[in-house]
Design a protein around this ligand. Structure first.
Ligand SMILES: NC(=O)c1ccc[n+]([C@@H]2O[C@H](COP(=O)([O-])OP(=O)(O)OC[C@H]3O[C@@H](n4cnc5c(N)ncnc54)[C@H](O)[C@@H]3O)[C@@H](O)[C@H]2O)c1
Length: 193
């Protein structure tokens, strides 16, 4: 049986290769603040994704999400994780809540995209790395304004800092073309500090 996580990876690669998946992945926005509202408008422009739900601890923000998006809203993250429509969780809470919520969402079987910073303390990052061992982990940062100015160094690494190019080279090249950013291997891998 193919797990949902494997299915989402396949859909992401198919999308990068120019195919449109038959049913878009439902994204659950955890935190509906300034950056999450930006994400919501960007998600609406991506063929393989759609905003499926919002969770915010603030009733005011939940009302705003209902007005702006018309999707189910939750006051508890666990209720949103129980929603089978949600395949991917986008963590847009304030930084102090990032490490804990990333682990909870992964434990609930969701794919996760986390806003920066990933965590606040080195110990939290080490704990996260140890607990998600074996799970694919990718970090991506686009240049400011989404434009390639040559001084920005994209970094692309696979799980455990492995080289993602032999398997995913074609998809990475397609993504680079999509964003208008040169993502050839010599520029992006390995990370040299
Ligand atoms: N605002 C930006 O331009 C920007 C840019 C890049 C990255 N970020 C990052 O995005 C994150 C969020 O920033 P923001 O400016 O959108 O903050 P914000 O304060 O506008 O929004 C955060 C939202 O999360 C909600 N929230 C807090 N704890 C929660 C929890 N446990 N569960 C669910 N909801 C919770 C809050 O009620 C609020 O609505 C930060 O890590 C920040 O560094 C922000």
């Amino acid at each position: 049986m193919v797990s949902r996580r494997d299915r989402n990876w396949s859909l992401a690669l198919l999308f990068a290769a120019g195919h449109r998946p038959p049913s878009p992945i439902g994204v659950g926005l955890l935190g509906y603040g300034a950056i999450a509202r930006d994400h919501a408008s960007l998600i609406a422009r991506v063929g393989g994704l759609r905003v499926g739900a919002v969770c915010d601890t603030s009733g005011e923000r939940r009302e705003l999400a209902t007005r702006e998006l018309g999707v189910p809203v939750y006051g508890s993250a666990h209720d949103m994780y129980d929603d089978p429509d949600i395949g991917l969780v986008l963590v847009g809470t304030p930084p102090a809540a990032h490490a804990g919520t990333v682990l909870e969402a992964l434990a609930a079987g969701k794919d996760v995209v986390c806003e920066k910073p990933f965590a606040l303390r080195v110990e939290e990052v080490c704990d996260l790395a140890a607990r998600i061992r074996g799970e694919p982990l990718a970090t991506a940062m686009l240049p400011p304004g989404g434009r390639d100015d040559g001084s920005f160094r994209p970094i692309i690494v696979g799980p455990q800092n492995s080289d993602p190019y032999p398997v995913h080279g074609e998809a990475i090249a397609t993504l680079g073309k999509h964003f208008g950013i040169a993502l050839e291997r010599a520029r992006c891998y390995p990370y040299r500090g």
